[in-house]
Design a binder for this molecule. Structure first.
Ligand SMILES: Cc1cc2nc3c(=O)[nH]c(=O)nc-3n(C[C@H](O)[C@H](O)[C@H](O)COP(=O)(O)OP(=O)(O)OC[C@H]3O[C@@H](n4cnc5c(N)ncnc54)[C@H](O)[C@@H]3O)c2cc1C
Length: 476
């Protein structure tokens, strides 16, 4: 583990052997991986978290397979970690104590698109980009769009309550979930929520399960609300000399009552990474905003003109409008590949996903710049500026740099809390941020959430080591 190892014991050898035997007997060898090299790729996700080698990986094809795997975990008393696309940023799908990894990426069916109601029923392994394509072909729109959309899947999106650039206008995954089929480690198969757009029957268990990071239940299916596909979209790329000017432009756009669907901000270090990756960007530019508007053709035109005016008022260096769909796609693929471009700059990278009130974006960016100069830790910031959700990336090469990185992260989090922000906007807490949870949440609130966890999972076998701080931690 990078900073603080969670206090979850590895199960005994006999428990692990029992789990493997029961899985193979009940699911058949074709759905159970036990060979070291096959299991290795389920040990990590797209974060710096390092788990233990899983003892077995279940390749679930049906809800019954999921229930069988959960029953085996319960009987053998081994941990079980759900997984979808494996693109998580906080180690949510990483098995911290080995045991079983429950891979749901094989459950790829779009079960139903109800064109009249405007809803879709999906399995957890459906890749998000495939869902977008399928519903858009029918004239409908599913807004959540994490930048990993070509490789993440709905199970992970639901468990992390994923956002993305369009969240500024359209909200996050939870805003589109009507109902869930949830499979519990006790063996229950519950249908939470509903199929109608409105409904307040009982506690909102659906809302609780969305964002629960695979710690309360495993999703077998989800019913999602769709909205009509916007008729027209326009993308603007604006360049500024300084990041503070870009921050002022964001404020000016929002204060003018314009609602772009995305406002993505990239700081000067990020632009440098993009230049190194082969993108030609004005060398005088120290910040970029990628802004997208949608609606009917006339309103899109009007919004774009007002945004250009607002950017020019704060002395933008350039305001460019993508001329066609191909140019739009080129701009977005450069943005989506950013994380991989940044990764090439150093051996190690940790992306901290924080949120501050929008009017504090400038203060946060100033703080990060000074923090980086003072500590010598290289940083690079980009993110969804429209909703104050920034990704502050810490880069380093050698292990001896880790204590400085760790101190810089604690300082960042302290500043975020001072600015009345929050420690995660969309990547979740997982294992990497668990030690820092008490910086934001009171002991009583954490205890209440642990009580809820015990109701769903009394033995603590479902995705242990996530969200809650280990007993010995250094962050506070
Ligand atoms: C390049 C890149 C860009 C990204 N951009 C964004 C972004 O813009 N916005 C954003 O929100 N995130 C972003 N992410 C983070 C990540 O893609 C999201 O958190 C995504 O929702 C994870 O989906 P996944 O299928 O990969 O889940 P996984 O990594 O497999 O799992 C994530 C969590 O979901 C749980 N889980 C998985 N399947 C199930 C299931 N069937 N039932 C219950 N729990 C389950 C796991 O236990 C784990 O806790 C980005 C990641 C990368 C690598």
């Amino acid at each position: 583990m990078l900073f603080t190892r969670p206090d979850v014991p590895r199960p005994s050898l006999s428990a692990r052997e029992k789990a493997k035997t029961l899985l193979e007997r009940r699911l058949g060898a074709s759905k159970v991986l036990t060979a070291r090299d096959a299991c290795e790729r389920f040990q990590r996700d797209e974060s710096e978290a390092e788990g233990e080698l899983p003892d077995a990986v279940v390749l679930a094809e049906t809800a019954e397979d999921i229930l069988t795997a959960l029953a085996v975990a319960r009987e053998a008393e081994v941990p079980i970690t759900p997984r979808a696309g494996g693109t998580g940023r906080t180690g949510g799908a990483v098995p911290v104590a080995g045991g079983i990894v429950l891979a749901t990426s094989g459950m790829k069916s779009i079960v139903e698109i109800d064109r009249k109601e405007g809803l879709v029923v999906v399995e957890p392994g459906v890749v998000l980009a495939d869902l977008h394509a399928a519903v858009e072909a029918e004239g409908w729109f599913y807004p959540p769009d994490p930048n990993s959309l070509k490789s993440c899947a709905l199970g992970g999106n639901l468990a992390e309550n994923a956002g993305g650039p369009r969240a500024f206008k359209y909200g996050v995954t939870r805003d589109y979930v009507l109902g869930l089929e949830a499979l519990l480690i006790g063996g229950q198969r519950i249908q939470a929520g509903r199929r109608t757009f409105k409904g307040v029957t009982g506690y909102d268990v659906t809302a609780l399960l969305v964002g629960s990071e695979g710690t309360l239940a495993v999703f077998g299916q989800a019913t999602l609300r769709l909205i009509p596909k916007p008729a027209s979209v326009m993308t603007l790329l604006t360049l500024f000399t300084t990041v503070n000017q870009a921050g002022e432009a964001v404020q000016a756009i929002i204060s003018a009552g314009i609602s772009p669907r995305c406002i993505e901000l990239l700081d000067s270090s990020t632009l440098e990474a993009m230049r190194l990756a082969g993108n030609s960007i004005n060398s005088a530019a120290g910040a970029m905003l990628l802004i997208e508007v949608d609606g009917d053709e006339l309103s899109v035109q009007r919004q774009a003109e007002r945004i250009s005016g607002a950017c020019e008022d704060v002395k933008a260096l350039e305001v460019l409008v993508a001329q066609d769909a191909a140019q739009r796609e080129r701009l977005w693929s450069a943005r989506r590949d950013m994380s991989y471009a940044v990764r090439k700059l150093s051996k190690k990278k940790l992306s901290e996903d924080i949120v501050v009130p929008r009017q504090q974006i400038g203060a946060l960016l100033d703080f990060v710049r000074v923090l980086s100069e003072r500590t010598g830790v290289r940083t690079l910031t980009y993110g969804h500026a429209g909703d104050g959700n920034l990704h502050v990336n810490f880069l380093w090469n050698e292990d001896h740099e880790i204590p400085a990185v760790e101190r810089a992260i604690v300082e960042l989090f302290e500043r975020v809390i001072q600015l009345r922000g929050t420690l995660s906007g969309e990547h979740g807490i997982g294992v990497l941020k668990a030690p820092y949870l008490p910086m934001e949440q009171s002991p009583d609130l954490i205890a209440l959430q642990k009580d809820l966890k015990r109701v769903f999972d009394p033995a603590g076998l479902l995705n242990p080591g996530k969200i809650f701080p280990p007993s010995a931690h250094r962050a506070c």
